[in-house]
Ligand binder design. Structure first.
Ligand code: C5P
Length: 213
């Protein structure tokens, strides 16, 4: 298969030296890319700013900085793929205007107006062909299950992988993760704490159940 993967954070520029970002390391997305490559698949990896390397003859890596660039690349490449795994922590808001010079300190409050970004997974869901699969991630601080299920439906995902901030050693920056998978079929699978590499293989196995490989 040819699989599109988004990974890492996005940086939304405020001025030439500042941005709004998040703590995503990209490790989970890169682990999934590696698992897919090791299993013999072709991967288009669209990565935000991360400190990670990955080389493989079947890998096309596209580095982007912000959510608009990630959206443009996903819209270009998704139609040519068999499915996508949306692992990136995309900013939900971006500054309405980017200052062309460094913003100077003043005594008054600084107000930066933000506008919503594209929901990349939802946009891909809108152009998805029936045979394409889509997997998303959710990171919640409250009402985890309800929010994850809502997202799965709204973004037209086949399944969603929930990681909780409550779990020690899981999530941002760690090499381990503890996830629960919710499927459109109503099935729920809770996995124990594992390495991100093992979680990546669990996700790939769930994808095979959809694609009948
Ligand atoms: O809505 P929320 O950001 O919690 O949804 C998380 C899922 O949606 C992840 O799979 C993430 O990669 C994807 N997403 C996206 N574009 C956004 C926001 C989230 O693709 N702007």
């Amino acid at each position: 298969m040819k699989i599109l993967i988004t990974a890492g954070p996005t940086y939304e520029r405020i001025d030439p030296v500042r941005f709004i970002g998040n703590y995503s390391s990209g490790k989970m997305g890169f682990a999934i890319a590696e698992a897919c490559l090791n299993a013999g698949h072709e991967v288009v990896l669209i990565a935000g700013p991360v400190q990670l390397t990955l080389t493989h003859p079947n890998l096309t890596r596209i580095d982007v900085e912000n959510s608009q660039q990630m959206y443009d690349q996903v819209m270009t490449h998704f139609p040519k793929c068999d499915g996508a795994i949306f692992c990136a922590a995309v900013a939900d808001f971006t500054p309405e205007t980017v200052a062309d010079k460094k913003i100077k300190r003043e005594n008054d409050d600084l107000i930066i107006r933000l506008k919503p970004t594209h929901d990349i997974a939802a946009a891909a869901g809108n152009i998805k062909k029936e045979k394409q699969f889509m997997v998303g991630f959710a990171l919640e601080t409250d009402q985890e299950e309800q929010h994850a299920l809502d997202k799965m439906r709204r973004k037209r995902l086949d399944f969603i992988v929930l990681n909780s901030l409550k779990d020690k050693d899981a999530c941002f920056g760690y090499d381990t993760n503890k996830v629960t998978i919710y499927k459109t079929t109503g099935e729920k699978i809770s996995f124990p704490l594992k390495t991100k590499r093992e979680v990546a293989n669990d996700i790939l196995n769930e994808i095979y159940k959809i694609t009948n490989q």
